[in-house]
Design a protein around this ligand. Structure first.
Ligand code: ZN
Length: 367
C-alpha cells in the first residue's frame, strides 16, 4: 500500500497512508448519502483528530531526534499515527521521555482549552456536560456545536488512551516497559510487557465485540501484532549484542561483470540462488533481482547490468550489528559496504544477517 507525502518537517517526511485516504472518502460518501446534516461537523472532528495525531507523533519524534535517534517519516493510518525510527532507544529513560512526549502534547492542549473556556464561557457547553446523566447523543451534539469542546475531547481521548492503556506498542506500554527495564533489564521487561499487552488486546477485542464497537477489535489486532513485533526486535538485539558490522562480513562475495546483460544476470542469480550481486567495478555497485525485473522483457538482452546498477552505501566496521541492520532498512538496500580506515574490507548482505538470525533462533530453541 502506498502513502501520499504532503510535507517535511525537520527532515521527517509526513505521509497519509492510502487506507487513511480511503477511509476519509468512505466516511464522506456515507454521510453525504445517509446523514448530510452531520457531514460538516464530523469532518471538523476528523480534522481535529488528524492534526492532533500528527502533532502527537511529531512530539515523540522531536524528543527521539534530541536523543540521537533518526526519524525518517510519520505516517497517518486509520487507527492512528506511526513514526518510523531508525532504531529503538537504548536507555530506559530515553524510551520513557519519548513515550510521554506525545500524550504530553495532548494534555497541554486539554489544559490550555480549560483556561480558554474559563475566559470565554460562551464557547464552552458547561451547562450540557456538567449534567452527570448526559447521553451519548447529547455529548455528540455538544462536540459538534462547540468546536473548542470538540478539540478538547479529541485530545483528552488521544492522550488518555495512548498513555493509560499499558500495552505495547502504545505509549502506555512503552512507559511500562521503561519502568520495568530499570529493574529487570530490557529483554525481561519486554517479555512481561508483551505478555500484558496480549492480555489487554484480548480484553479490548471482547469489549469491542460485546458493546458493538468496531474500532476496538481493530486496535486489539494492532496491539497484538505490534507486541509480537517488539518481542522479535528484542530477540534481534539479544542475538546481536556485542557484535559489529565486521562480524557479519562476507569477505569474498561473488561478482558479476558490469557489461553482463540483464538476461545473463538473471541466469546467474538463478544458478547461484543469490538475489543480489555486486558488480566487478572500482566503485561498489550492485544489482538486485527486483532491479532486473523492472527492465522490460524485450530489452533484457541489450541492457547491461552497470546501466541499472546502484551504488552500495557504506557503514563503519565498528558499527553495532543491530544498527547496521537498521541502516540497511532505512537506506532500503540489500547490501552494505563495510569500511575500516576509509578502506572497504568487505560487504554485508541482507540474506547473511537473516541467516545468522535463523541460526541463532534455532540455537536458542535447542538450548
Ligand atoms: Zn504516541
Amino acid at each position: 500500500m502506498t502513502s501520499l507525502r504532503f510535507g517535511k518537517i525537520l527532515g521527517i517526511s509526513l505521509e497519509l497512508h492510502s487506507t487513511f485516504l480511503l477511509m476519509m472518502v468512505l466516511i464522506i460518501i456515507f454521510l453525504s448519502v445517509f446523514d448530510p446534516q452531520n457531514l460538516l461537523p464530523t469532518l471538523m472532528i476528523l480534522v481535529f483528530l488528524f492534526v492532533s495525531v500528527f502533532i502527537h507523533e511529531l512530539f515523540h519524534s522531536i524528543v527521539a531526534v534530541t536523543k540521537g535517534i533518526k526519524v525518517s517519516k510519520i505516517t497517518l493510518l486509520p487507527i492512528g499515527g506511526l513514526s518510523m525510527t531508525s532504531e529503538m532507544p537504548q536507555k530506559a529513560l530515553d524510551e520513557f521521555l519519548i513515550a510521554i512526549a506525545g500524550p504530553a502534547f495532548n494534555f497541554i492542549v486539554v489544559i490550555a482549552i480549560i483556561f480558554i473556556a474559563g475566559i470565554f464561557p460562551s464557547s464552552w457547553p458547561g451547562h450540557i456536560i456538567s449534567n452527570p446523566d448526559i447521553s451519548p447523543e447529547e455529548l455528540n451534539n455538544a462536540l459538534f456545536a462547540y468546536p473548542l469542546f470538540g478539540l478538547f475531547w479529541v485530545n483528552l481521548m488521544l492522550g488518555a488512551f495512548n498513555l493509560f492503556v499499558p500495552a505495547l506498542p502504545l505509549d502506555g506500554g512503552r512507559v511500562l516497559r521503561a519502568i520495568l527495564s530499570t529493574r529487570l533489564g530490557f529483554s525481561k521487561a519486554t517479555k512481561i510487557a508483551t505478555g500484558i499487552s496480549k492480555i489487554i488486546a484480548a480484553i479490548l477485542f471482547l469489549v469491542g465485540f460485546f458493546i458493538g464497537n468496531l474500532f476496538l477489535p481493530i486496535i486489539a489486532v494492532f496491539v497484538f501484532l505490534g507486541a509480537s513485533q517488539e518481542n522479535e526486535i528484542v530477540f534481534i538485539r539479544e542475538v546481536f549484542n556485542g557484535l559489529t558490522a565486521k562480524d557479519a562480513l562476507n569477505r569474498r562475495p561473488q561478482k558479476l561483470k558490469p557489461d553482463a546483460t540483464v538476461g545473463k544476470a538473471f541466469a546467474k542469480m538463478t544458478e547461484k540462488k543469490q538475489p543480489v550481486f555486486l558488480l566487478d567495478s572500482t566503485n561498489p555497485l550492485f544489482v538486485s533481482v527486483e532491479m532486473l525485473e523492472r527492465v522490460k522483457k524485450d530489452e533484457r538482452n541489450f541492457v547491461k547490468a552497470h546501466e541499472i546498477a546502484q551504488p552500495v552505501p557504506a557503514v563503519n566496521a565498528a558499527l553495532q550489528l543491530e544498527k547496521t541492520l537498521a541502516a540497511m532498512l532505512s537506506k532500503n538496500t540489500p547490501v552494505l559496504a563495510v569500511k575500516e580506515k576509509e578502506k572497504i574490507i568487505g560487504f554485508i548482505f541482507e540474506q547473511d544477517i537473516q541467516q545468522l538470525l535463523r541460526i541463532k533462533k534455532a540455537e536458542k530453541q535447542l538450548a
